[in-house]
Design a binder for this molecule. Sequence first.
Ligand code: 13P
Length: 248
Amino acid sequence: MAKPLLAGNWKMHGTAKTAAKLAADLANSSGDYPELIVFPPYVCIPAVVTELLAAKNIAIGAQNISHHSEGAYTGEISGKMLTDIGCSHVLVGHSERRTNCSESNELVAEKFAAAKRSGLVPILCVGETFEQRQQGQELQVIKSQLDAVVDLVGLETVCDAIVAYEPVWAVGTGETATPEQAQQVHSFIRAELGSGGTDTQILYGGSINADNAAALFAQPDLDGGLVGGASLEAEHFINIAQQIVEQK
Ligand code: 13P
């Protein structure tokens, strides 16, 4: 059984000061939580690391990574730089980067490999667009996103990472996949991972909030969530975290 996990993607919100406050609020929240990971904007990571030094159950990740290890790549951030400042995880293949920054399946696979080289745990984000779902292509799209990474690093390495199913049409739209839609894709991903995927954490992301969390996490193959908007308030994030614990 995969361990429950809740991750918060803070995207391009806030400043070092507001990020530190949010981290402090999380660190000071008491209760029964699953493993938590927060993904602040790059420049806010040091402030969050400082606030979370004593919070053993909250890990810190970055929202992106260069596929290069080092060199003349202006504006890029390497995996070594991320581990150096206290990151343990990194998002790869988020739909906003696939769409806005034209990241291909192959580039995402390279970023996944770069994360592993640096000792970071990648969260591989996959998901179909509205049009692809309308045409019944969601499983095929997700398979090709997974296969690109498996072809580069091998199935075992993907099983050791974390996968997040984020249907593009549900990200930041207020429209959530139904629990049944999410479960169908999660069980497909689990089957694709094979026998090594039993313990792989498969997260759902896309307009999760305190009202829809319980029904989603009641599904057997949803091991946790990757939350955007609702992770920007400690109270909402913790509420969702507690609902995961209740359902698992
Ligand atoms: P929202 O929860 O705001 O829909 O964002 C989901 C997401 O993109 C997390 O990575």
